[in-house]
Design a protein around this ligand. Sequence first.
Ligand code: ZN
Length: 53
Amino acid sequence: MSVDRYRVVIRCPLCGEKYILRGKRNEHGEFETGFKQCVCGNEDQLQIEATPE
Ligand SMILES: [Zn+2]
């Protein structure tokens, strides 16, 4: 079994903030990074890009 680690870039289109995180993929195909919300309060309109490490 391989450990899928990703570099995840989350961009907030509302305020322009950008977060670079490390995450892994869970069994639902979602990226788990621990990210909750942007500093501006936006938590659902996010652009997420992930690249394998
Ligand atoms: Zn924001």
